[in-house]
Design a binder for this molecule. Structure first.
Ligand code: TXA
Ligand code: MG
Length: 337
């Protein structure tokens, strides 16, 4: 039986206390939540998502006090960042307290923590005597969910309840920072732009980002976020335009902005593209609007039965960097690791 979708926070809390799985809305993406201090409940997350155990989970909290209880040492820098950005799309990786299960942290000595900015999820957390471990609520490797329906479509039969928070307004996962005393490194680009972080800490954070599996942020494989359809950057289409025969494959184009489409619209009078669908991440190259629409559009390609989509990169500015990171992974060949 598929999980019911609703707003019954007390029912969600009761299920979580029993060790069951509940999908929760956040401002970034929907999470697949369980009791973060219960090994058995956490193991059900890995099973439901088909997620490898080397990919650690984020613990979600409702207050800074609760976060402090999960770490060995709460530094001044962690405090400054949490006070500036929580609740919000920022995850802090800090030295873990001994009672945090190794399954949550994949055996690392650090734990990832964030306070999500969603009223229902914060209310739910306040009803619980434990933090919620929650990865994005999608099968491992697929696109993250930004609507309750996305969760129902893919994990509905594996979980017990879905809290409906409507559309996620940021739409891209949290930015992840490792904080070691005063040292700050960026492990994942996400819904909080680095310029905002740098304005608070007063220096440029070191970026430890690779397109390959990253030992510092182990789950970040370079073929994450992939829809079934093939995604190819538009500049590759342009260079291959004369020798690739697209045939009659159902195909599409995803534009960063409607403007850029209009600038090159003439090119699409080419007979090979007749019938191609055009999608727009934003009207006016707005990074926030584009981020909030990205994952829903990637899913739409599969729903529309497309086998190939050429996409335009975002402008490398603000959330555009995180959007390009996701596009890079979504378009990476699936046989790479
Ligand atoms: O916005 C988000 O962060 C969403 C919502 C649901 O909160 N969650 C999310 O979780 O994106 P997930 O599991 O899809 O990604 C968590 C990533 C891991 O893949 C890993 O890269 C990093 O967080 N991570 C977790 N614990 C870590 C640790 N101890 N050290 C380094 N990286 C860690
Ligand atoms: Mg994920």
């Amino acid at each position: 039986m598929p999980a019911p979708i609703g707003n019954d926070i007390e029912k969600a809390a009761a299920l979580l206390i029993q060790g069951k799985l509940v999908a929760i809305p956040t401002e970034t993406v929907y999470g697949l939540a369980a009791n973060g201090l219960d090994n058995l409940a956490v193991s059900c997350i890995f099973e439901a998502k088909n997620r490898p155990a080397f990919d650690p989970l984020i613990l979600h909290v409702e207050s800074i006090e609760q976060a402090k209880n999960l770490v060995k040492h709460w530094s001044e820098m962690a405090d400054r960042l949490a006070k500036a950005f929580w609740p919000g799309p920022l995850t802090l990786v800090l030295p873990k307290a001994s009672h945090v299960p190794n399954l949550v942290t994949s055996g690392q000595s650090t734990v990832a923590i964030r306070m999500p900015n969603n009223a229902q999820t914060l209310a739910l957390l306040r009803l619980l005597p434990f933090p919620l471990a929650a990865p994005s609520a999608n099968p491992f490797g697929y696109v993250s969910p930004t609507k309750a329906q996305h969760v129902l479509d893919q994990l509905g039969n594996r979980i017990h309840y879905i809290v409906d928070g409507g559309d996620c307004n940021i739409g891209i996962e949290s930015t992840i920072l490792a904080v070691n005393n005063n040292d700050v490194s960026v492990l994942r680009l996400g819904g909080l732009a680095l310029s905002e972080i740098e304005a608070v800490i007063g220096f440029r954070a070191k970026e430890i980002l690779t397109t390959h599996s990253n030992p510092m942020a182990p789950g970040q494989l370079d073929h994450h976020y992939s829809p079934k359809c093939l995604l190819i950057p538009m500049e590759l289409e342009i260079s291959a335009a004369n020798n690739v025969n697209e045939g009659l494959r159902p195909m599409g184009f995803m534009w960063y902005s409607r403007q850029s489409y209009h600038q090159v619209a003439k090119k699409f009078e080419d007979h090979r593209y007749i019938g191609a669908k055009h999608y727009f991440l934003s009207e006016n190259a707005n990074d926030k609007e584009a981020a909030s629409r990205l994952f829903d559009l990637l899913r739409q390609f599969d729903k529309d039965g497309l086998s190939l989509v050429y996409f335009e990169w975002a402008t490398e500015f603000g959330l555009g960097r995180a959007i390009n990171d996701r596009l890079n992974r979504a378009s990476a060949k699936k046989n790479q690791t």
